[in-house]
Design a protein around this ligand. Sequence first.
Ligand code: ATP
Ligand code: MG
Ligand code: MG
Length: 349
Amino acid sequence: GSTIGILGGGQLGRMLAIAAAQLGYRCHIYAPEASGPAADVAPLWTQGAYDDVEALARFAEAVDVVTYEFENVDADPLETIAARVPIAPSLTALSIAQDRIAEKSFIEALGGRPAPWRPVRSARDLKGAIDALGAPAILKTARFGYDGKGQARIWTIDEAEAAWDEIGRQDAVLEGFVRFDQEFSVILARGGDGAAVVWDCADNRHKDGILDRSTVPAGGAIAAQQDEARVLALAVAEALEHVGVLTLEFFAGADGPVFNEMAPRVHNSGHWTIEGATTSQFENHIRAVCGLPLGSTARLAARVEMVNLIGEDAAGWPDILKDPAAHLHLYGKHEARPGRKMGHVTRLG
Ligand code: ATP
Ligand code: MG
Ligand code: MG
C-alpha cells in the first residue's frame, strides 16, 4: 500500500509524515482538531473524534496501514480500525501503555523494576498507599497524563485529600519518590520479522515536568545502567511482538535502572536521531509499519544534543540559524502558550 493513516496530527505526526514522504508514501491524518502541525506535510486529513467508530471505519477504509503518534487515546474504539486494516504498534501495546496500572504490572512480570507503587482508586486507597510507601510520593492519574499533567506531589499524609482532588478523583497510581542522578530513555524499532535495532540512550533533562534537552552519548550512571535497561526494552518488544518504535523511560542512580514509563511510539527524546543518526526514529517507524527493512541507528557525531523550544523559547528562532552547528525544527504552531512544544534544535559535534 502507499497511504499511511496516522492517528494524531501534532508534531510527532508531522515528523512521521516528513519521513514517510521521503520514502514515497502519503500520509492521511485522523485527529479531533480541524488542523495541526502535521497538516503542512500530510496531504490528507480527516477531522473526527477518537471514539467515533463510523468515522474511524471510513478512515480505515481509505488507508493501507494505520499507526499513531500518541498513546493517550482509548484503545477500544480503535478495534474498528484493526478489523479493517493492519494497525501498528498493536492495540495491546496501546492499551498497556495508556494505563499506568497495567503498564507497571506488565513491566514487573518481565522482571523490570518500577519505583515502588500502589494502585489508587479512592481517597481511602490513597491513605493506605501513603502508609505503605511513605512520603514523599507522586500521585499520577492511571490514564491520559503527559508532560507532567495529572500528577500531584505528596510530602505528608495530610496532603492526601488535596492531591486526590487535584488529579480529579480518578483511578491513579501512587509512586514512591525516586532519588535519581539522571534520566534516560531506550528507543528501539522492531520490524514484523522480529529484527530490532536500538539507538544510543539519551540523557534526558526535564524542566517543570517537560523534557528540556536530550544528549548522546550519555555518561555517568546511565552508561553503567543502559545495558540492563535495553535488555528490558527488548523483552517488552518481544512480549508485545511489537512493530514500530518503542520507548522506555528510566531513572539512573543508586537503585537504577528504575523503569518510569513506556510509549509505543516515537518519542521527544529521540528527535536527535533526525540529523544525529544514520536512520531517524521517524524513518524506522515508517519502515517497520510498512514492512520494510530497518535502517542503521549508528550515531553520526561524537556528541549530539537536542533542545526543546518551549513556549516563548521559539521567539528568537532566526538567531539559532546563525549557529552553523544548529538544525532548527519548528512545528508550525501559531500560538506560543507556556509549556507548549513549539520546536526543537539539534546540534552535532
Ligand atoms: P511524558 O510527557 O514523558 O509522557 P508524563 O506526564 O507521563 O510525561 P512522567 O514521565 O511520569 O510524566 O513524569 C514526568 C517527570 O517527573 C519525569 O520525567 C521525572 O522527572 C519526574 N518523575 C516522575 N515520576 C517520578 C518519581 N517516581 N520519582 C521522582 N521523579 C519522578
Ligand atoms: Mg508519559
Ligand atoms: Mg515521561
